[in-house]
Write a protein of this length. Structure first.
Length: 368
């Protein structure tokens, strides 16, 4: 009988695979703003060109959660290809729990001291690389939630509110049309992926779960979910229904020296063994930590913190971020663009660059 879970441990090969090399090129040539080098074609509509950085900001109190009353900002940075042709897949990134304001003595939202903390800008390296590869990437701010709420449904519903706005933009109208004119009518809302880090990781699993999938805006199809160093606990204990995803491909990235959530995110794969109808994957980076995936949480950034449990041998930020970029690109290419060129990265047959990692694959159950 075929095993439903496959494990592979790999270190770096002498020659990194073509996909990883292309992704690393895009990541290494990015600057603080503006554009990065092209790494691929934009969904068969010609070269993606460069990654352009834009954004939108509807204000600190633009969204009131209909279920809980939590007040959130609608703010995001957007990375897109410079050459926008046809309809491009959309990837939404949601950060986790951090300081809501730049002044750590702030006690209210909107910030009564300091300014909103730019946690959502900590994934610019990933957004630029994916954009240069042909994706539209939006990284949203969730500082209001970080100040006032521990409800993971709040995080999921904030993602859905952004998706509602993007659905309008995909139709050429709505509140984002003025700030993002080049993307009007050019986003494919049937090919949407998410990345959630830490508490945001549980948030994206909640948003895509079987239980909550009807809350996703009409016309939006969730095609892939990546939980990055995600929080994992069930409330009430033993009931995983709020985050059980069996009808959408899932990937989980964890790290061996994560001082915040450890390897708990691997349990998301345990939950779906023998149940999922779509493949689920994970990779664990040996000696990686929690905060280095977000450059704004990484020293020497203001308020940055090294949370490693193995500081004497921890991965440096760059190889950890490059490994994530290569893995995420392979995952989204496979499930948002039907491009299996990087599938060997997901299965562990092709090693990630400059890290030692262990991969898992949960095979889908047969249909019928």
């Amino acid at each position: 009988m075929t095993r439903r879970i496959r494990l592979h441990a790999r270190t770096r090969a002498t020659a990194v695979g073509a996909l990883a090399a292309a992704v690393l090129l895009g990541a290494s040539l990015t600057g603080g703003s503006g554009a990065s080098a092209a790494t691929g074609a934009a969904d068969g509509h010609g070269s993606a060109g460069w990654a352009v950085t834009e954004g939108y900001d509807l204000g600190d109190t633009a969204f009131t959660d209909p279920a809980t009353g939590t007040v959130s900002e609608i703010r995001a940075v957007v990375h897109r290809p410079s050459r926008v042709r046809g309809k491009l897949p959309l990837i939404v990134i949601s950060h986790g729990s951090w300081w809501a304001c730049t002044d750590t003595d702030a006690e209210a939202w909107p910030c009564d001291r300091g300014e909103p903390f730019p946690s959502h800008r900590g994934y610019d390296y990933l957004g630029r690389a994916l954009a240069a590869h042909g994706y539209v990437v939006v990284s949203l701010s969730a500082d209001g939630i970080n100040m006032t709420s521990f409800d993971y449904g709040d995080r999921a519903r904030l993602i859905n509110e952004h998706l509602r706005l993007w659905r309008e933009l995909a139709s050429g109208r709505g509140a984002l049309a003025r700030d993002l004119p080049a993307l009007r009518g050019h986003v494919d809302m049937r090919r949407v992926g998410t990345v959630g880090h830490s508490r945001g990781g549980k948030g994206v699993m909640w948003q895509a779960s079987d239980k909550h999938r009807n809350d996703v805006p009409d016309g939006v199809r969730m095609g892939a979910v990546l939980a990055l160093a995600p929080v994992k606990f069930d409330d009430p204990e033993g009931d995983n229904s709020d985050t059980l995803v069996t009808r959408t491909p899932v990937a989980v990235v964890t790290s061996g020296c994560d001082g915040a959530v450890h390897e708990g995110g691997q349990e998301y794969l345990d939950d779906v063994v023998g149940r999922t109808t779509r493949p689920a994957y994970s990779v664990s980076l040996r000696d990686g930590n929690h905060n280095y995936f977000n450059t704004r949480w990484t020293p020497p950034a203001p308020l940055g913190e090294d949370d490693s449990t193995c500081p004497d041998r921890e991965l440096a930020p760059a190889p950890q971020q490059n490994a994530l970029t290569a893995y995420a690109t392979a995952f989204f290419d496979k499930h948002l663009r039907n491009d299996a060129a990087g599938e060997a990265v997901l299965t562990g047959e092709r090693p990630l660059p400059d890290v030692v990692s262990t991969t898992r694959v949960v095979e889908p159950v047969p249909a019928g």
